[in-house]
Write a new protein. Sequence first.
Length: 176
Amino acid sequence: MTQRPVVIDASIALAIALEEPRADNALRSIRAWSQARRDRVVPSHFWYELVNGLGRRHGFSGQQVLDVVYHTERFGLRTVNPDRGTLMLVIDRVERLGLSSYDALYLAVAESLKADLATFDRQLAAAAGQRAITFDEGHGLHETPAVYEHDVTWPSYKDASAYLAKLRAEALAGRG
């Protein structure tokens, strides 16, 4: 039986690069996933988010950032380029779940690939529900959170709701 892919968010790579104690379990898991040939996926913006976090937030030099990118690439991550359908899913998750567009993209990619989502971001993990793999209080999947939705405005635009329903159906059919 093939294992589900795992989408890895930049919080994991940043914690590993910064040698945070909480990153040890994540690093061991990534190595185990690699040995088990479990697909490890990142959306294309992952690399920019990693560079931004290291350079702007943590003051890494260009050479240090390049070293981290090199070592991160050695995890065998497969980079995917989201399409317009994924953008529609992102818009939906931003409005419904209050995620940033960057975090919503990780979730939309995980949903489209029927993948788990590895993250240290608590809000993203809560939104991912059973897909979430966290490494804080013990490594594991999260329970599905209670959903507190509000009125969503954008699907009321002409044809947006039907288009989103079509995209969801395609994603669930594995074509998204």
